[in-house]
Write a protein that binds this ligand. Structure first.
Ligand SMILES: Nc1ncnc2c1ncn2[C@@H]1O[C@H](COP(=O)(O)OP(=O)(O)O)[C@@H](O)[C@H]1O
Ligand SMILES: [Mg+2]
Length: 336
């Protein structure tokens, strides 16, 4: 417990152990004085937790000495028996943090290794499909088509898991290069256009004239965002259309919008659809394939790009996802 002046007034024995100092060196100390074994950038985050305007309740994990501590902070109500100040709860999560880091590394390694044989399976199946080793009978053709569809599905799952693991491990890198928005949507159309056609959906792509013909960003990752959103739009929409629109949003943002005429997303679900492994209706999604990583990856990519994602939806009418991205002016260092 810290008093109104921010000095520790109560500390239980567990805290002495976690902060590795006797009670006598805790009582009377401010949180700043207790943080001598915490990295400078983490100190800033901890201080924010203690500031009176902090939005508390979300525990913060901090590397504290040799441990990972989870720290929650809540204000004491002034006036009640004259007490004011702050209560801080420290929990040792060193083991959990280590396990979760190991998990990310293992998942990243495994999914990386899975991609090589999968690429081979797809490549070889395509050789057969194209009749390189002789014309296929109808049933063989149908079978090979299904092998390829399922291989692609498996590859996209593995890619999602790998991306998610890289995001968790903090190793995902974003490029900043010149690219053409029209080439970006062409690449996306190549991947998802067929899926829309197979489902009998109208598939529309528009680029507003006002959008610069060259933008700065990571075309690979932007394509992945569009593909994930469009895949969902197609997957959940039974009739009508799916459309992609790129446009200049305001002076400093451009936008990628993916709209569908599907079932819509209830407002109550908006809070969690971007969480990893979360789906609105897992029975429906199992039928549709997917494991609930697409939007989580999209959200993280958009955040790393310093953009924003918005959803507007009406149940039974459809959903529109809009990704806002900063318009970066191509400086001389980017011109090649
Ligand atoms: N366009 C959409 N229309 C309706 N529901 C959607 C749409 N996009 C996403 N959702 C909902 O959000 C959930 C999470 O999406 P996502 O993270 O891409 O996972 P997945 O596609 O693997 O289910 C989906 O399972 C679905 O319930
Ligand atoms: Mg998805």
């Amino acid at each position: 417990v810290f008093d109104e002046l921010g000095r520790a007034s109560v500390a239980n024995p567990a805290v002495n152990g976690l902060l590795e100092r006797p009670e006598s060196r805790i009582l009377g100390a401010t949180i700043d004085q207790l943080m001598d074994t915490v990295a400078a950038e983490n100190q800033v985050e901890v201080k924010e937790l203690f500031s009176p305007t902090a939005v508390q309740s979300v525990p913060l994990n901090v590397e504290w000495g040799g441990r990972t501590l989870s720290l929650s902070v809540a204000p004491l109500q002034a006036g009640q028996a004259g007490v004011g100040g702050t209560v801080a709860v420290f929990r040792d999560v060193t083991r959990e943090a280590e396990v979760s880091r190991m998990k990310s590394i293992i998942v990243a390694m495994v999914s990386h290794e899975l991609r090589t044989p999968l690429n081979a399976v797809q490549g070889l199946a395509e050789v057969l499909q194209q009749g390189v080793y002789g014309r296929l009978a109808d049933k063989q053709q149908v079978t090979i088509d299904r092998i390829i569809i399922n291989t692609k599905r498996l590859m996209s799952l593995v890619r999602d898991v790998l991306d998610q693991a890289q995001i968790e491990a903090g190793t995902l890198k974003i490029e900043s290069v010149l690219f053409s928005p029209s080439e970006l949507v062409d690449a996306v159309r190549e991947v998802v256009g067929g899926l829309a056609k197979d489902k009998g959906l109208q598939f529309l792509v528009t680029i507003d004239e006002a959008l610069p013909s060259t933008l700065v960003g990571d075309p690979q990752r932007l394509g992945q965002i569009l593909i994930n959103l469009t895949n969902n739009a197609i997957k959940f929409t039974e009739t009508g259309s799916v459309s992609i629109r790129l446009y200049q949003f305001d002076l400093v943002h451009w936008a990628m919008e993916v709209a569908d005429t599907g079932p819509g997303i209830p407002i109550s679900a908006e809070a969690y659809i971007y969480d990893a492994f979360r789906q609105i209706d897992s029975s429906g999604s199992r039928r549709h394939g997917g494991i609930g990583l697409g939007l989580s990856i999209v959200k993280r990519l958009v955040t790393v790009m310093e953009g924003d994602i918005k959803l507007s939806s009406r149940l039974g009418r459809g959903s529109t996802f809009t990704v806002l991205l900063p318009l970066v002016h191509p400086g001389p260092h980017l011109l090649t």
